[in-house]
Design a protein around this ligand. Structure first.
Ligand code: NAD
Ligand code: SAH
Length: 414
């Protein structure tokens, strides 16, 4: 039995899902194929991804392929109750609500594992971790699964190295058609969407500090520049730091950037990137947020402890007044700003990421028992198919090598 906030909200959720479906041609193509061939007939899929409209449509596509779906959200603040209601209205099982307490979130995650899934679709490793630690008896039913994000993949690789990962997991994030677009352009756009709609402040002329110049950080910095900001990057990797310099950004230590930043965005996957060493350096009114996996990149816990006053300044923005008289503002409790203060990546981006998800789930089921290693890369053919179809649906054409050109490019003699 589903556990959601209010089933009556389904109509607004359905409108949201219909809107994104119209903008997700790859998933529509896959849905048509799955509806005909039912590759997941008799299979239970447990899914934990931000429960908003694009994820809901992915769930519907998998259900069209015959899967019995057990769905939860990967973050209590990104779950949209009307979207959850629309899925339940369509007969899917959902266990999630917006603003779940840590206990409620854990209970919901447990409920999808208790269903006894054959396939696990995870975003950050919560389901994989739970089944291995609290439900070892359920491991035997799992054929395998897929992981959506960078941090989840780091954990899977560590688990596999320690020989603790008990079933194959496809590294969806590491497909080119995922990280090159989702992490860079998706995060680049949706982070600013979340910040702008929540703060309603000007970005042009401000100092924006981006912590981490990986795929996500590049996108966030690029779009900040486009909005007219002066962009400062902080890094721990010298190569990434040089890239940032050559892309035209200032690079410095966080404690120094802290003194001049107006907006701070962390996207590292690390912890305590902005901490007590920086808080007292910051200007009055500085705005802090995070777009990396977890809510520990900005050390909000310590900020709360050292604050002399904590007050909600605006919906989803908390003000922390320090003893030096300055107030620092944190958006969405330091959770992913693009999802906890927005609708996440645009539909066209998630169309690619979720096409990779759907085809990777298919790959797992079709190759049951055939994997030598439990860390599985997305086959190049899947990446190529997604790229080709995306171009076609977007109405772009590219050149094809002639036989002569192909020979020329592949020969060692001139
Ligand atoms: P990445 O590995 O490409 O980049 C991370 C960068 O952070 C690296 O360059 C690393 O050197 C740097 N870094 C690490 N610790 C640091 C520190 N203490 N200070 C400064 N820099 C530091 O990873 P990515 O794909 O860009 O993902 C980053 C995080 O964002 C991950 O946690 C990932 O799961 C998450 N993510 C979020 C979204 C979203 O929608 N918000 C989308 C994709 C990924
Ligand atoms: N468990 C983490 C989740 C990591 S979020 C948490 O604490 O919130 C990072 C992932 O969110 C990215 O890899 C991206 O693919 C995904 N994402 C971004 N926008 C999304 C959207 N609109 N719908 C669903 N997932 C989204």
């Amino acid at each position: 039995m589903s556990e959601i906030r209010n089933e009556l909200l389904w109509e607004s959720g359905k409108r949201k899902i219909d809107w994104v479906r119209n903008n997700m041609p790859l998933l529509r193509y896959i849905e048509a194929d799955f509806s005909e061939n039912k590759p997941f007939a008799g299979k239970k899929i447990a899914l934990s991804i931000h429960l908003e409209a694009k994820t809901a449509y992915l769930c519907k596509v998998l259900a069209a392929g015959g899967a019995e779906m057990y769905i939860t959200g990967s973050n209590p603040l990104s779950t949209q109750d009307d979207v959850a209601a629309a899925l339940v209205h369509d007969g899917l099982e959902v266990f999630a609500w917006h603003g779940a307490t840590p206990e409620e979130y854990h209970r919901h995650t447990k409920m999808v594992i208790e269903a006894g899934p054959n396939v696990i679709i995870d975003d950050g490793g919560d389901l994989v971790n739970l089944i291995h630690t609290e439900y070892p008896e359920k491991l035997k039913d799992v054929i395998g699964g897929c992981e959506e994000t960078t941090t989840g993949i780091i954990r899977l690789i560590a688990m596999n190295h320690a020989k603790e990962l008990k079933f194959p997991m496809v590294l969806v994030n590491n497909a080119k058609c995922k990280y090159l677009f989702d992490n860079r352009y998706g995060t680049g756009q949706s982070v600013w969407d979340g910040i702008n709609r929540t703060t309603n402040l000007i970005v042009a002329g401000k100092n924006v500090v981006v912590a981490g110049y990986g795929w996500c950080g590049k996108g966030v910095a690029m779009r900040a520049k486009g909005l007219g900001a002066n962009v400062i990057v902080t890094e721990i990797d010298p190569v990434k730091a040089i890239e940032a310099v050559m892309d035209g950004f200032k690079v410095m230590k966080m404690v120094d950037a802290a003194k001049i930043g107006d907006f701070f965005v962390t996207v590292t996957g690390c912890r305590d990137v902005i901490d007590i060493n920086s808080f007292y350096n910051m200007k009055d009114g500085a705005i802090l947020c995070n777009a990396g996996h977890f809510d520990v990149e900005v050390d909000v816990k310590t900020l709360r402890e050292i604050a002399v006053e904590v007050k909600e300044a605006k919906n989803n923005i908390m003000g922390y007044k320090l003893r030096n008289g300055n107030t620092l503002y944190v958006i969405a409790e330091g959770r992913l700003v693009n999802l906890a203060a927005g609708d996440g990546h645009p539909a066209e981006i998630m169309d690619m990421s979720f096409a990779i998800q759907a085809l990777s789930a298919l790959y797992i089921v079709e190759n049951e028992g055939k994997f030598d290693d439990n860390v599985v890369y997305v086959p190049e053919s899947v990446d190529a198919k997604v790229a080709e179809l995306k171009l076609k649906f977007w109405g772009f054409e590219i050149d094809k090598l002639t036989e002569e050109q192909d020979k020329y490019l592949n020969s060692w003699s001139v």
